[in-house]
Design a protein around this ligand. Structure first.
Ligand SMILES: *Cc1c(COP(=O)(O)O)cnc(C)c1O
Length: 427
C-alpha cells in the first residue's frame, strides 16, 4: 500500500511506466506470452516464478488496474473478474467448499442472494441470511461449526441498508472466520471496509468504478490480515497441499499478503475462467482516474434529490442514509462521513399505477436495469426485476409496488429535481 492520499491513488496507483514507455496503461491484447525456454515457462506453471503465460489466468493490463484498486482499498493483493457476480462467487468459493456454511446479511443484492440461496446451495454450500440490523447476540448465535465466511454489503443494493462493519467483523473473528464486504456502492472513496475490520473486499466495478455504463466487471481485494494457518482445519484449500500444483501450500508459500489471491487466480480463475478482458480493464482504469471527483457529485445529487423527495406530498417514504430521518443515518455518519452514493429509493403514493405513470413522464432519467452511471436512471422493481411477485409477496419482500429506485448521475441537481417535479405534476 502506498502512502499517497486517495485522490493521488485514483489517478496514479498501479501502473508506473519505465523510461520511454507508454504514459497510459497499455492494453495487452494478447491471449498468450512468449518464452525463450520451456524451463522458463515451467517455473510459471510450478508457481516458482511470477509472470504471464495465458490471459485466462492473468494479464498485465488487469494486474495494473487490480493493483490500483488494492492500493485504494488498503489491501495487499487484488484481482479483476469478468463481473461482480464472478467476484463474489470466487471470493466465497475460494474459502468455502462443499459442506461449508455462509452467514450473509439478508439485505444483499438479489444476484448475490440468488447465487448463495440457489446456485451455491446446489454445490453443497448452505447459507443462513441474517438481518444486518440484528443484535450481537443474534449474530453470534447464527454461527455453526461449519461456518467458513461472513458476507455483507457496505450499502446494500437496492435496500440501501448500511452494514455495521465492526459488529460483523468482530463476530466473524470471534468465530475464527473472515468477513467479506461487497463495497460496490460507496467505493473506497467513501468507505474502506478493511479499516473497520473486513478481511476481503469485493466490487462490481460495473457500477461507480467504471461509472460510465461501458464495461461489466468485478474485483476482489485481500487485506492480507486474516491468519489462515491459525484456522488451518477450516481452510484446507489454503493450508493443505494443492495436488494440482505439485503439493504447494498457499498459506505457507505466499504468506498472509498473497495466499488468498494467488489461490483464487491459480485455481479458480484457471478452472472457471471468468477473467475481465484487458480492454475492459483499460476502460475501468479510465473510470478510476476520476472516481474521487465523481463520487462527491453523485453524493451531492443523491442528497439533494432525497431531500426534495422527502418534502414531496406525493411521496410516502424515502430511503437515503444521508437523511437525518433515515434509520441508517447514525451508522452512516460513522462509516460514510463523506456520504454514501447517489442511489435513492422512494415509495410513491398510488402504488404500481402511479409509479408507471410517473416514470413514463421522466425526460432526463431513463428507465434502466442499472445504477451508478454518469447518466441518471430509475427502476420500478414491481414492473421489472420483481414482476413475477404478487402485491402481497412484494410487500413481504420489502419492495412495495410503488417503490422506485433512482440512481442520481452527474447532471445538474436542479435539472434532475425539475424533471422529477414535472413527472409528479403529470400524475
Ligand atoms: C451489481 C452488483 C453486483 C453484481 O455485479 P455485476 O457486475 O452486475 O455482475 C454485486 N453486488 C452489488 C452490490 C451490485 O450492485
Amino acid at each position: 500500500m502506498s502512502d499517497y492520499r486517495m485522490d493521488t491513488k485514483c489517478v496514479q496507483s498501479g501502473y508506473r511506466p519505465g523510461n520511454g514507455e507508454p504514459r497510459q496503461v497499455p492494453i495487452v491484447q494478447s491471449t498468450t506470452f512468449r518464452y525463450e525456454t520451456s524451463e522458463d515457462m515451467g517455473k510459471l506453471f510450478d508457481l516458482e516464478a511470477a509472470g504471464y503465460f495465458y490471459t485466462r489466468l492473468q494479464n498485465p493490463t488487469n494486474d495494473y488496474v487490480a493493483a490500483k484498486i488494492a492500493d485504494m482499498e488498503g489491501g495487499t493483493a487484488a484481482m479483476l473478474t469478468s463481473s461482480g457476480q464472478a467476484a463474489n462467487f470466487f471470493a466465497i468459493f475460494n474459502i468455502c467448499e462443499c459442506g461449508g456454511h455462509v452467514l450473509a446479511s439478508s439485505s444483499i443484492y438479489g444476484g448475490t442472494f440468488n447465487l448463495l440461496s440457489v446456485t451455491m446451495a446446489k454445490m453443497g454450500i448452505e447459507t443462513t441470511f441474517i438481518s444486518p440490523d440484528c443484535t450481537e447476540e443474534e449474530l453470534n448465535a447464527a454461527f455453526k461449526d461449519n461456518t467458513r465466511v461472513v458476507f455483507g454489503e457496505t450499502i446494500a443494493n437496492p435496500a440501501l441498508t448500511v452494514l455495521d462493519i465492526e459488529k460483523f467483523a468482530k463476530a466473524a473473528h470471534a468465530h475464527g472466520v473472515p468477513l467479506i464486504v461487497d463495497n460496490t456502492f460507496p467505493t473506497p472513496v467513501n468507505c474502506r471496509p478493511i479499516e473497520w475490520g473486513a478481511d476481503i473486499v469485493t466490487h462490481s466495478t460495473t457500477k461507480y468504478m467504471d461509472g460510465h455504463g461501458s464495461a461489466v466487471g468485478g474485483a476482489i481485494v485481500d487485506s492480507g490480515k486474516f491468519d489462515w494457518m491459525a484456522h488451518a482445519d477450516k481452510y484446507p484449500g489454503l493450508c493443505q497441499p494443492d495436488e494440482s500444483y505439485h503439493g504447494i501450500i498457499y498459506a505457507e508459500k505466499f504468506g498472509l499478503e498473497g495466499a488468498f489471491i494467488t489461490k483464487c487466480t491459480s485455481q479458480l480463475m484457471r478452472d472457471f475462467g471468468s477473467i475481465q478482458s484487458p480492454q475492459n480493464a483499460f476502460l475501468l482504469n479510465l473510470g478510476l482516474e476520476s472516481l474521487h471527483v465523481r463520487m462527491p457529485k453523485h453524493v451531492e445529487n443523491g442528497q439533494a434529490v432525497a431531500e426534495y423527495l422527502s418534502n414531496n406530498p406525493k411521496v410516502k417514504k424515502v430511503s437515503y442514509s444521508g437523511l437525518k430521518t433515515d434509520p441508517y443515518y447514525e451508522i452512516a455518519c460513522k462509516y460514510l462521513p463523506r456520504g454514501g452514493c447517489g442511489v435513492v429509493s422512494f415509495e410513491i403514493k398510488g402504488g404500481r399505477a402511479a409509479a408507471e405513470k410517473f416514470m413514463k413522464n421522466l425526460k432526463l432519467l431513463a428507465i434502466e436495469t442499472h445504477v451508478a452511471d454518469a447518466r441518471s436512471c430509475c427502476l420500478n422493481p414491481a414492473t421489472s426485476t420483481h414482476r413475477q411477485l404478487t402485491e402481497d409477496q412484494l410487500e413481504a419482500a420489502g419492495v412495495p409496488a410503488g417503490l422506485i429506485r433512482i440512481s442520481c448521475g452527474l447532471e445538474d441537481k436542479e435539472d434532475l429535481i425539475a424533471d422529477l417535479e414535472q413527472a409528479f405534476a403529470a400524475i
